[in-house]
Design a protein around this ligand. Structure first.
Ligand code: PRP
Length: 182
């Protein structure tokens, strides 16, 4: 697995710093709230980031999981998202939601999810991502909490995959092009 990595892009230490910083930002934003706080982990990529983040959040919180995919090509800006796993609660009006992602690329997934949760009656919806590739946007979208802006490289690890592999790397690395070009 490690032989397929060109170089580390975000080290274990930097991931630790990022999660501490974002946990502190979220704490400051929600410490005075009387509503329930719900983190939504978007499977599968956000699994590791969500678990690190929630360990550091010194607030009462709840966790939900969703699994989604974009309709059609990742490079087109139109379309909707398929929801393969939805949150189970009926009433969203008594809670603040933070959607947690591993990476934002086109921006379609998060912009549709924010709209979807608001239409279902969520009291508030914010977004949080470990990595952001703004150069790949096809829709206008800015996350509320961002770990690190990265260049348009093929990255894997810390939840991110290529063909379902590499998710368990403890850092984010750039995949050697020969791995996906063959
Ligand atoms: C990735 C990522 C986001 C989405 C971002 O998920 O975790 O959910 O793509 O892309 P976008 O900004 O262009 O919408 P992916 O579909 O690879 O699924 P996975 O998390 O299960 O690997």
């Amino acid at each position: 697995m490690i032989k397929d990595i060109e170089r580390k892009l975000v080290s274990e230490e930097e991931i630790d710093e990022i999660t501490s910083r974002i946990a502190s930002q979220i704490y400051d934003d929600y410490r005075d709230s009387t509503r329930r706080l719900v983190l939504i982990c978007i499977l599968k990529g956000s699994l590791m980031f969500t678990s690190e983040l929630m360990k550091k959040l010194r607030l009462p919180l709840e966790i939900e999981f969703m699994k989604v995919s974009s309709y059609g090509s990742k490079t087109t800006s139109s379309g909707m998202i398929n929801i393969h796993l939805d949150i189970k609660r009926e009433d969203l009006s008594d809670a603040d939601f933070i959607i947690v992602e591993d990476i934002i690329d086109s921006g379609k997934t998060l912009s549709h999810l924010v709209q979807y949760l608001k239409e279902k009656g969520a009291c508030s919806v914010k977004t949080c991502t470990l990595l952001d590739k703004p150069s790949r946007r096809t829709v206008d979208f800015v996350p509320d909490y961002c770990g690190r802006v990265i260049p348009d490289k093929f990255v894997v690890g810390f939840g991110l995959d290529y063909a379902e592999k590499y998710r368990n790397l403890p850092y984010v690395g750039i995949l050697k092009p020969e791995v996906y070009e063959n």
